[in-house]
Design a binder for this molecule. Structure first.
Ligand SMILES: Cc1cc2nc3c(=O)[nH]c(=O)nc-3n(C[C@H](O)[C@H](O)[C@H](O)COP(=O)(O)OP(=O)(O)OC[C@H]3O[C@@H](n4cnc5c(N)ncnc54)[C@H](O)[C@@H]3O)c2cc1C
Length: 478
């Protein structure tokens, strides 16, 4: 008897069943489907997923397996080089084809080519589908065919093409299963969860998985969308969607979001943010070196400082600037930080401390549950003033003024810095100016319970501007 043929469904950054074109094509093949997820440390690119992302991935794979089982299927887990793993699994399961969705990170381009070549040699096709972005990289161009380097015209071009976006695909009711399942690793064997359990704060803050992503979108649409334009800048309020990790892992697609909100008159400011995500991914695909190098060559001569003590103070929320420290502690505890706070802490690292933006980007990639090479690179280069559509270098965020403006009562600071919980709002963003009676009443001894500022912002600003001016001279000499 001829062995029963099958097809493989290779899950990657698309950990969902709805709006999953690869899944739809696998079903259309009319053969049993073997869903697989691979851990391929070499193919994941550099750097691989950080500690917080690995925690999320573990939970997300667990949920994906649960939903596959509810559809009569399951998830097979394998470890090793993707091309070899898929070729072996295809041989074991008599698979004719592998269906997958594209990943647009630079490392995935090489990976896909080598996977396709190895499968082709075994007579198996790799069928890649587009999802994860509204438009594939390279498809939104200027009228002369160039790459958009400024966001607003890019957004306008996206908006003008919104009519092309069809409805998202629904999840299939059931998935045809093979007669016999191939072997699978246990999820724990991926070693994604930390050995020492530091993830309690992340666990309390998040529910990974497709159902949770859809629930979050529904609740944000009901409760947050209308006030998003004003509330999105307030880290002390719950005014943003917090969809970023769900989007990163593909538990929800941008098309599902777009479709759910299209026709809602208050949705445009939010959809614009979704387009920033597109912009970031389109740029990374065009310029794969930008996670390492400043896009503006002038910054390659920047006189950065390598001060490990300052870097550690920043990482652990002990700079002495409460707004910066609250944000860094929110990141450490929950694996996420509000966008306004990301801009302020990034500016503080790069401009007040003159530490290379790449060091901050690396810390974010390790600690964020939504760590995303494209969005993170764009964000850091934007703040540093060396990237696309970047803030001019001389626009240096004042960590005190930012706190007073976006956390006026100091609630965000009090929440994340328990040492300052009893501090009055008047001094909360600059406790070193508080009269000693106020400090005593709040039970704070500066320099002991909470640090004094590690740098003086006014001096640091002057030094940053001088450093920037020096790059002009060195760039013109080179
Ligand atoms: C220094 C720095 C580093 C960043 N690193 C990351 C990162 O690693 N991963 C990440 O997803 N975002 C990153 N961002 C962008 C932004 O801060 C987060 O996407 C946002 O805070 C996530 O929260 P949210 O889902 O509630 O956003 P919302 O305000 O609800 O926005 C909805 C979605 O739009 C997208 N989006 C919003 N703002 C941006 C932006 N500026 N750039 C790109 N996409 C955006 C995100 O996918 C987000 O989930 C970074 C920003 C800065 C300034």
């Amino acid at each position: 008897m001829r062995p029963q043929e099958s097809v493989l469904l290779w899950f990657r950054r698309d950990l969902r069943l709805a709006d999953n074109p690869a899944l739809r094509h696998a079903v259309a093949a009319g053969l049993p489907i073997v869903p697989v997820f691979l851990r391929d440390p070499e193919g994941e690119g550099q750097p691989g997923p950080g500690a917080a992302s690995r925690w999320w991935l573990h939970q997300s794979l667990f949920r994906l397996d649960e939903s596959l089982r509810a559809h009569g299927s399951r998830l097979i887990l394998r470890h090793g080089p993707a091309a070899t793993c898929l070729a072996h699994l295809a041989e074991e399961t008599h698979a004719r084809a592998v269906f997958a969705n594209c990943v647009y990170d630079p490392s995935a381009q090489h990976l896909d080519a080598s996977v396709a070549a190895q499968l082709r040699a075994a007579g198996i096709t790799l069928e890649l589908s587009h999802t994860g972005l509204l438009w594939p990289p390279g498809s939104i161009r200027t009228t002369t065919g160039g790459v958009f380097q400024v966001f607003t015209p890019f957004w306008r071009a996206c908006w003008n093409r919104r009519g092309e976006l069809g409805p998202p695909l629904s999840a299939p009711r059931t998935l045809p299963r093979p007669g016999r399942w191939p072997s699978s690793l246990l999820l724990n064997e991926f070693n994604l969860e930390p050995k020492i359990d530091w993830a309690a704060g992340i666990r309390a803050a998040w529910t990974p998985g497709e159902s949770a992503a859809l629930a979050r979108l529904r609740s944000f649409t009901r409760n947050g969308l209308a006030d998003y334009p004003t509330e999105r800048n307030r880290p002390d309020h719950d005014g943003v969607s917090r969809l970023s990790p769900h989007l990163h892992f593909g538990e929800i697609s941008p098309l599902q979001i777009w479709h759910a909100l299209a026709g809602n008159s208050s949705a445009e400011p939010f959809l614009r943010q979704i387009a920033w995500r597109e912009f970031a991914h389109h740029l990374l695909a065009e310029y794969p070196h930008i996670p390492r190098e400043s896009w503006n060559p002038r910054f390659r001569h920047f006189p950065w400082r390598r001060n490990r003590r300052w870097l550690a103070a920043w990482q652990h929320g002990r700079t002495g600037y409460p707004f910066v420290d609250a944000a860094m502690r929110q990141l450490w505890t929950t694996g996420w930080m509000h966008n306004r706070a990301r801009m302020v802490v990034a500016s503080f690292l790069v401009k007040d401390l003159l530490i290379p933006w790449q060091d901050g980007a690396a810390w974010f990639l390790d600690t964020l549950v939504d760590a995303d090479l494209a969005n993170n690179t764009l964000g850091w280069q934007w703040v540093a003033g060396c990237g696309f559509d970047a803030a001019p270098y001389f626009r240096i965020f004042n960590p005190i003024a930012q706190g007073e403006k976006f956390d006026p009562e100091g609630e965000y600071v009090r929440h994340w810095i328990p040492e300052l919980r009893k501090f009055p709002s008047k001094w909360i963003h600059q406790p070193w100016l508080a009269p000693s009676a106020e400090l005593a009443a709040a039970g704070v001894r500066l320099g002991r319970d909470y640090p004094r500022p590690i740098v003086d912002h006014a001096h640091a600003r002057t030094a940053a501007l001088a450093a920037f001016a020096a790059t002009k001279t060195s760039a013109s000499k080179s």
